[in-house]
Design a protein around this ligand. Structure first.
Ligand SMILES: C[S@@+](CC[C@H](N)C(=O)[O-])C[C@H]1O[C@@H](n2cnc3c(N)ncnc32)[C@H](O)[C@@H]1O
Length: 394
């Protein structure tokens, strides 16, 4: 990832340089005084750069939490900041190249883009954990009138399938590189024809990591239109029985079971199990009713929360664990005595959010963007507001 190694310089002059800069917006210093964050505005995007001491040098580097998707933008910003600060470069890896990364494909969708999304097709299907993508690509090719949203947590698999989408010139697949258990919350109610979950990892010893759970099922039923179905295929008989029990706990649903039913396309995992002559179980759960529309009650405002002197000393820096979510104020950076930047992690244990908060005398906001609108993030947000108020003595 882009960085420059530079000769140590006098950082006390940074604030003065920021004031006349075209690129830098603020500078914030950690409580140890050694690490700094530099706010940057470049190419229409806001993000942070980090300035850290290194052996006999300083590192000016990207910030993992706020980095823009376009690496070229990051490299340009690092070069501009180095130029404005007149830094003496010892080594660099920011030479710009024109190679297009697969995640910059138009078919790659960030989870944030699903807020208020307008779908280009009436018919929508979702595949959870598509792996090599054989089934997803096959379905999309066969049904050009349907939009297929593939969700895969493993980035190299998502990249491989994005390459295949380009090669096969398919225009009806979107790839989301995220945890499917949280992603479903972003979809509207009564919209999906089918949700495919083929050969999820059974996680025999870690049931909390399984895709199929009562809350996943509840969200699937909300997202599916009346008559739409969730299709689970598994080679694990214990996962099959566990899923069946979960499906039968639904108040109203049609559940069908098939054994060793061949599909038109065999996925990579299925091919392996078939070679080993394993049984394949398939469970279909059909939604039998319309679900209420999703209420938009999630609001990440900090209504009236403002910085007061000394607040940073009273914020708990240890992770706070609540039922189903956590909040962790990881590090606090000071901006010129009357504002702070707080690096925090929060939300679900499996897929935590990492964000910065900018807290000043006018108010508080997430930098650079609000968290993803999931219910656990909202619960965590409310807990963070409560902790800041507590630290203020309110
Ligand atoms: C055993 S593989 C099966 C892949 C493919 N469906 C097939 O049949 O060949 C399970 C896949 O699910 C993905 N996965 C596991 N948990 C996930 C989650 N919570 N959200 C999205 N993908 C997940 C894994 O990365 C992996 O690619």
């Amino acid at each position: 990832m882009p960085h420059l190694k530079v000769i140590p310089f006098d950082t006390t002059l940074l604030e003065q340089k920021v004031a006349s800069s075209q690129t830098m917006t603020f500078v914030a210093t950690s409580s140890t005084g050694k690490e700094m964050l530099i706010g940057v505005e470049h190419g229409g995007e806001e993000f942070l750069l980090q300035l850290k001491p290194d052996t006999d040098a300083m590192l000016l580097k990207y910030d993992k939490v706020t980095r823009p998707l376009k690496v070229a933008l990051l490299k340009e910003a690092i070069a501009l900041v180095a130029q404005e600060l007149d830094l003496q470069i010892l080594s660099s890896n920011i030479a710009t190249t024109n190679t297009k990364t697969p995640l910059s494909s138009e078919y790659f969708k960030k989870i944030e883009s699903f807020e208020g999304m307008v779908y280009p097709k009436e018919k929508l299907c979702v595949e959870v954990g598509f792996g090599s993508g054989r089934h997803l690509l096959f379905q999309a090719k066969k049904n050009p009138d349907t939009l297929y949203i593939g969700i895969e947590i493993h980035t190299p698999s998502a990249q491989q399938v994005l390459k295949q989408i380009e090669l096969q010139q398919l225009e009806n697949i979107w790839v989301v590189n995220y945890d499917a258990r949280l992603f479903l919350e972003m979809l509207p109610s009564n919209r999906c024809e089918q949700i495919f979950v083929h050969f999820p990892v059974p996680w025999d010893k870690k049931p909390h990591r399984r895709v199929i759970s009562p809350s996943f099922l509840e969200e699937s039923m909300r997202v599916l239109k009346k008559g739409g179905r969730l299709e689970l295929r598994t080679d694990s008989d214990s996962y099959f029985w566990y899923a069946l029990e979960t499906f039968f706990a639904l108040p109203k649903a049609e559940v069908n079971v098939h054994k060793n039913e061949a599909l038109e396309v065999t996925s990579k995992y299925e091919a392996r199990w078939l070679r080993q002559e394993k049984d394949i179980y398939e469970v279909h759960t059909t939604s039998l009713q319309d679900s209420p529309c999703k209420e938009e009650t999630i609001d990440f405002n900090f209504n009236g929360v403002k910085y007061i002197q000394g607040l940073e000393e009273r914020l708990p820096l240890k992770a706070l664990v609540f039922e189903g979510y956590f909040v962790h104020f990881e590090r606090i950076y000071q901006i010129s005595g009357h504002s702070v930047v707080i690096k925090c992690a929060f939300g679900s244990f499996d897929r935590p959010e990492h964000k910065y908060l900018i807290l000043n005398q006018e108010g508080c906001r997430y930098f650079v963007s609000s968290p993803i609108k999931t219910s656990v993030n909202f619960q965590a947000h409310q807990a963070m507001v409560a902790q800041i108020m507590l630290a203020k003595g309110e």
